[in-house]
Design a protein around this ligand. Structure first.
Ligand code: CMC
Length: 431
């Protein structure tokens, strides 16, 4: 890991007293004031609800410049990786820090292939969930349950590569088995002669006694989708993984918590919410104007889903790749989805509307991903699961980086208390 450098200090005057706080500078010249000694020196803490301006760690995994729409994993541009790399190559890069050599990559892929099945007993769990159960809930439960089958994971050892391999491989099987159960089909076992993404498609879409060969163009699309989601620095779910992991909880527990954080509609759940929103506009006969009025009226509580981002204040580079993918893939699959036209219209209107322009609100990764998933035949409640599948290397890489940090600390924010002052307890019969 490249260490942030210390440079200069910031001077702060509080209650007439001047104190100095160290400034740290990252490799892309990102600057931060280290306030960890502030309370000891002054009695003050800082407050920043939603962590809008608070760095929780230094990290050498992902660089994101939201003003210029730049996203890089370990220094490599997302556009390059999305076009030229394999998902597992990117997973290795994110988790272990470098692109694998051919020899290392072959071993990595072989290990992942070998661990694709889940313990037969785990199949019983799927029978216990209602068939209408949301797949994010099932995924989180099943990932956490993996820790019961691999008790050595309790050591939470970041150098235990076997736990990482198992999780990367088995998550696909869990997702696909869950899907098959939800539609009442028998589960389809992995075919280890197939690539990571092709094997996933096989388990999802093959049916017994019928030949199934995944379409290479669809395999490539899944590969690209997973790469685009693979990491995004300290977002809500990744921060959750780090926070849970910081207590020493094992990898499966930390990732399981990350899956749940991803589920919400303001985060990974937005891809499902986008389609629901587009369907609503379609049902209203294409009343864009009425919908936009609702979005701009804060009291309505309606947001333009798939738009806006905490960090990007320009076009999300992942959304660009996905829009091109949708334009290319839908005609190839002979899918004529009116929701793509609605999305394109909505984007055009929003990008010219002062409300969105003034607030720098642009399409994010979730605006077009749902349309692509729909065209691939995935049911709507599986969209966020696809996001989770892609984000897994990021969660693992960030957990591993944190666990290997000799200066790691349990995550424990402070607060400003606003409740009652000390008062006397009144017994029940005197209240
Ligand atoms: N529709 C309408 N107004 C919006 C939207 C939106 N999608 N996003 C932000 N705003 C407004 C917001 O009302 C606020 O206005 P004002 O300054 O007048 O109060 C301003 O823009 C700033 O918004 P914020 O809520 O303070 O920004 P945030 O950084 O806390 O929220 C966000 C980021 C992604 C939660 C938000 O933009 C949002 O809710 N977007 C829709 C949900 C969505 O698409 N989420 C997926 C994000 S990308 C995938 C991922 O990595 O999670």
């Amino acid at each position: 890991m490249v260490a942030a450098t210390m440079a200069d200090t910031a001077k702060l005057t509080l209650d007439g007293k001047e104190i100095e706080l160290p400034i740290i500078v990252g490799t892309e010249n990102e600057k931060a004031i280290d306030i960890s000694s502030l309370r000891a020196k002054t009695g003050y803490i800082t407050i920043d609800e939603g962590f809008k301006n608070t760095g929780s760690c230094t990290s050498s995994i992902t660089f994101l410049n939201g003003e210029e729409g730049v996203l890089r994993y370990r220094g490599y541009a997302i556009e390059d990786l999305a076009e030229k790399a394999e998902f597992l190559e990117v997973a290795y890069l994110i988790i272990y820090g470098t692109l694998p050599t051919e020899e290392v990559y072959t071993k990595f892929k072989t290990d992942i292939r070998r661990h694709s099945i889940i313990h037969e007993d785990m199949k019983h769990f799927f029978n216990g969930f209602p068939s209408s159960g949301h797949p994010m809930s099932i995924l989180s439960s099943m990932v956490c349950a993996l820790s019961t089958y691999y008790p050595d994971s309790m050591d939470a050892d970041p150098d235990d590569e076997m736990q990482i391999t198992r999780l990367l491989s088995k998550i696909r099987t869990i997702v696909a088995f869950g899907y098959k159960k939800s539609i009442g089909h028998p589960v389809i076992y992995p075919r280890n002669d197939l690539s990571y993404c092709a094997n996933f498609l096989h388990m999802m879409f093959a049916v017994p006694a019928e030949p199934y060969e995944p379409d290479p163009k669809v395999v490539k699309a899944i590969n690209t989708l997973l790469i685009l989601h693979a990491d995004h620095e300290q977002n809500c779910s990744t921060a959750t993984v780090r926070l849970v992991g910081s207590s020493g909880a094992n990898l499966y527990a930390a990732v399981s918590a990350g899956i749940l954080a991803l589920w919400g509609p303001l985060h990974g759940g937005a891809n499902q919410a986008v389609i629901e929103m587009l369907e609503e506009i379609q049902a209203s006969g294409g009343d864009y104007k009425g919908f936009m009025e609702k979005v701009k009226d804060k009291s309505s509580g309606v947001r333009l889903m798939g738009f806006g981002h905490r960090v990007y204040k320009s076009y999300d580079p992942r959304a660009k790749v996905l829009k091109d993918m949708a334009d290319d893939l839908l005609p190839y699959l002979k899918v004529n989805d009116p929701l793509l036209d609605i999305a394109t219209q909505l984007e055009k209107i929003a990008l010219e509307d002062p409300y969105f322009v003034e607030r720098n609100l642009y399409p994010n990764v979730d605006f077009y991903s749902g349309i692509v998933y729909r065209a691939l035949g995935l049911p709507i409640d599986m969209f966020t699961v696809m996001f989770a599948l892609g984000r897994l290397p990021g969660w693992i890489g960030q957990w591993r980086e944190m666990m290997k940090d000799p200066g790691k600390k349990i995550g424990r924010p402070r607060q400003v208390y606003t409740g009652e002052n000390a008062r006397e307890f009144v017994p029940l019969n005197k209240r």
